[in-house]
Ligand binder design. Structure first.
Ligand code: ZN
Length: 118
């Protein structure tokens, strides 16, 4: 019924689970997450896996994580508060730079450059 632990990458018909996952009604199924986001009036965009440079949220998260690590914390509550302070402390101008940086990466890829060349 299903390969263990995972299906071989190159196979399309190795097991029943893989065959079913390739059927249109499964492959084109909108996820519950997408549905919830769209119902709230937003657009859900999935970015390419393993390309964190295309996602400004990753840069923002890294910025906040670095600052949060600079604070002494002894309890989970303190860690939670430090994370929120760091997330709220990122200036809008810095967030705009993260977005610009991601756009530059996208532009470079759209021109056909490889990651190294970009
Ligand atoms: Zn399989």
């Amino acid at each position: 019924m299903k390969c263990t632990p995972v299906c071989p990458f190159e196979n399309d018909d190795c097991c029943m689970a893989r065959i079913l996952s390739k059927q249109d009604d499964f492959a084109n199924q909108i996820s519950m997450l997408e549905t919830m986001i769209q119902d709230a009036g937003h657009e859900c965009i999935f970015l390419s896996q393993f390309h964190c440079e295309l996602n400004p949220i990753e840069m923002y998260w890294g910025w906040a994580k670095y600052r949060s690590q600079q604070v002494d914390k002894n309890t989970f509550q303190q860690a939670n508060e430090a994370a929120l302070v760091a997330l709220d402390g990122c200036p809008v101008k810095v967030i705009q730079r993260f977005i610009n940086c991601s756009w530059h990466w996208m532009s470079a890829y759209c021109m056909g450059l490889t990651g190294k060349a970009a």
